[in-house]
Design a binder for this molecule. Structure first.
Ligand code: 8IG
Length: 279
């Protein structure tokens, strides 16, 4: 019966495990504190080398609370990259709602990185495009999101303000360096099935430009913790019903592969921006 469970205690326990994981991460990787987190979603992993020199690495599952990522293209490792006197945490892979571990597991990586000191969280993903102005194979900035998952990593009276979830300051700075870059509203979908054409039509009418199965809960957890958030979406396909053909995993992978040379300098520039490096 529901009165025998204590949801808010679960949430406190999740925060405690993230704090422990953050401490262990620093101890294991000889890190005093991290400055920013980069979560590399599908399509972005191969571009991550442009972020800088790898100082240390470990499997996520060495830390408390991490589940082995199951989605293809998600290696499940944590890397430290050194840039000048600042350090990036780079997560290769993430937990998705559709894996069934629940919203607290989805938010755990972000909470761990913030516990390790990260005050900026860069969330990257591959997505379907609903807005024809967003070119396939190009990165776009997330301006805002619509959470269609009906889930949240927050439990209890946590009335977090989500007005500027995706930092206007950092979006502006990134856009200034990347003239013409697309920007849009990301719809978060539980998955694992892609949308029906009717669902895509609904999302489009409601203001969504991109759709994917990650990012929104991580962004909410990051804002709760006071971190600045950047969302980067690689548009790899037209969403269901918009291209006159079925969604093809092959095609998505091919588009992502071809985007790597474009993503490399882009990511390096994003890192320079979020770390406030001088030109
Ligand atoms: I790549 O069209 C990629 N991820 N929900 N819909 C959803 N997720 C995606 C899509 C898509 N393409």
């Amino acid at each position: 019966m529901w009165t025998e469970t204590n949801p808010e205690a679960d949430a406190r326990e999740a925060q405690r495990i993230a704090a422990t994981a953050g401490k262990e991460l620093c101890a294991r990787l000889n890190l005093d504190r991290a400055d920013a987190l980069f979560v590399m979603g599908s399509g972005w992993k191969e571009a991550a080398d442009s972020l800088g020199e790898t100082a240390a690495e470990l499997p996520m599952t060495d830390l408390p609370g991490f589940v082995a990522p199951s989605a293809a293209g998600h290696a499940g490792t944590i890397r430290i990259v050194v840039r000048g006197d600042q350090k990036l945490l780079v997560f290769f892979g993430r937990t998705h709602l559709y894996e069934g571990y629940g919203p607290l597991a989805v938010a755990h990586g972000v909470r761990t990185a913030i516990a390790a000191g990260a005050h900026t969280v860069v969330l990257s993903n591959a997505c379907g495009g609903l807005n024809a102005d967003l070119p396939i194979g190009e990165p776009a900035l997330i301006r805002d999101h619509i959470n269609f998952t009906a889930r949240t990593p927050l439990i209890g009276a946590r009335f977090v303000d989500l007005t500027d979830t995706y930092s206007p300051r950092l979006r502006e700075a990134i856009a200034a360096k990347n003239p013409g870059i697309g920007e849009g509203v990301y719809a978060g979908w539980y998955g694992p099935a892609f949308e029906t054409p009717a669902e895509i039509e609904m999302m489009h009418r409601l203001g969504a430009d991109m759709v994917g199965m990650s990012t929104v809960l991580e962004a909410i957890a990051a804002r709760e913790a006071g971190a600045e958030v950047v969302g980067l979406s690689l548009v790899t396909n037209r969403a269901a019903g918009l291209a006159g053909k079925k969604l093809s995993g092959e095609e998505v992978l091919e588009v992502a592969r071809n985007a790597i040379p474009r993503l490399r300098p882009f990511l390096d520039g994003v890192a320079a921006t979020v770390l406030g490096e001088s030109e």
